[in-house]
Ligand binder design. Sequence first.
Ligand code: ZN
Length: 158
Amino acid sequence: MAVRNIRKDNDEVLRKVAKKVEVIDDRILTLLDDMADTMYQAEGVGLAAPQVGILRRVVVIDVGEGLLELINPVIVYENGEQIDEEGCLSIPGTRGEVKRPNKVIVRAQNRAGETVEITGTELLARAFCHEVDHLNGVLFTDKVIKTTDPDPRNTASS
Ligand code: ZN
């Protein structure tokens, strides 16, 4: 396991569409391990593979409820809306309010290749949306309603 370098700001890899994972091999399992290490070291709540330079549809999330590993995640349901502050490990120093659905169901494969569906509300729903956007080359700054000053009490970034 290892901490990988987080790609930042204008790195063009952040704007590319990640490819579906066809085979969950050792490289993907190592990627999941390294992404979790990298996310925790950066004190983030989520990380998508393009943020470490790998154009595969792989995401890790931990909003304080345990580690979620998502391979080929797809949002299959969304409902309601929430507006809250968001940040990104790839865009340090920038935060802003983004409108997201308040409830999201994501379908993905886990590391065993099993299909799972996970329901998230509030911060977890926001993280699902933020990370799936990363897989499509979309950054939260594309969706910001209002830029906010960095608030030391709210440091969740993904
Ligand atoms: Zn991000």
